[in-house]
Design a protein around this ligand. Structure first.
Ligand SMILES: [Zn+2]
Length: 230
């Protein structure tokens, strides 16, 4: 369960991400800075897998990971944590470098996922179904859901389409609840819900991350700024 939506304008993009997770999973850290040479990356760390679901860096990149629940996996198979992909790709210097790094990854060691890489001009999205890695071309919105995925994602997409032209409406959409607790972007259901919210703005000059370590309807945002390296 997770929802990502975005809106582009001239040389900038605003992204909104709800991370839904089981309440029994240990809480992630606040965003921490990781460095690799001239790349500085901000990402919260999930203590269970040691990786992350989102990352921004000072080269103007944002990386996101969504689990893919629509494809069943073998229960006894031991997978490498998908969050480790975000942790390593987030230290890339350009989108093209992300593409190169993805080509050298051994995907069969990961459970099915959707991986997204953005800069202020364009994005690349890949879906890994456990057998094939395919480029995807979604139009401003991606979601995953462990319960009734096809139905829930279609209903969330309809809500997105009604809000997609305006960043303020998208921000509000990510805090909204619904009679069906899975359909509202801000999920509160038994055992699981929205555990983190991130809003990211990428421009040619700056990278901004507003992060909530809790459900966005009830948690204050912390703001982080990175000056872009040319
Ligand atoms: Zn809420």
């Amino acid at each position: 369960m997770c929802s990502l939506s975005w809106i582009r304008s001239d040389k900038s993009v605003q992204l909104f991400f709800n991370r839904d997770e089981y309440y029994s999973r240990a809480a992630a850290s606040l965003p921490v800075m990781l460095e690799n040479g001239h790349v500085q990356a901000l990402m919260p760390i999930d203590p269970v897998g040691g990786g992350s679901w989102m990352c921004v860096n000072n080269h103007g990149l944002a990386i996101f990971l969504l689990n893919n629940y629509e494809i069943s996996t073998l229960n006894d198979q031991k997978y490498r944590s998908r969050g480790l992909l975000v942790k390593s790709l987030g230290l890339s210097g350009t989108l093209e470098q992300v593409v190169q790094n993805i080509k050298s990854e051994d995907f069969p060691q990961y459970a099915p996922l959707t991986l997204c890489a953005f800069d202020c001009h364009k994005e690349y999205i890949w879906g890994w179904d456990g057998a094939v890695l395919r480029k995807q071309n979604p139009d401003g919105f991606i979601a995953s859901s462990s319960l009734r995925p096809k139905e829930v994602i279609a209903e969330r997409k309809a809500l997105f389409d009604a809000a997609r032209s305006n960043p303020d409406q998208l921000r509000r959409l990510h805090t909204l609840h619904s009679d069906d607790p899975e359909v509202g972007f801000c999920v509160h259901r038994e055992g699981a819900g929205t555990r983190n919210y991130s809003e990211i703005t990428l421009t040619t000059k700056q990278v901004t991350l507003d992060h909530a370590a809790g459900a966005p309807c009830e948690t204050a945002l912390l703001s982080y700024h990175l000056k872009r390296v040319a």
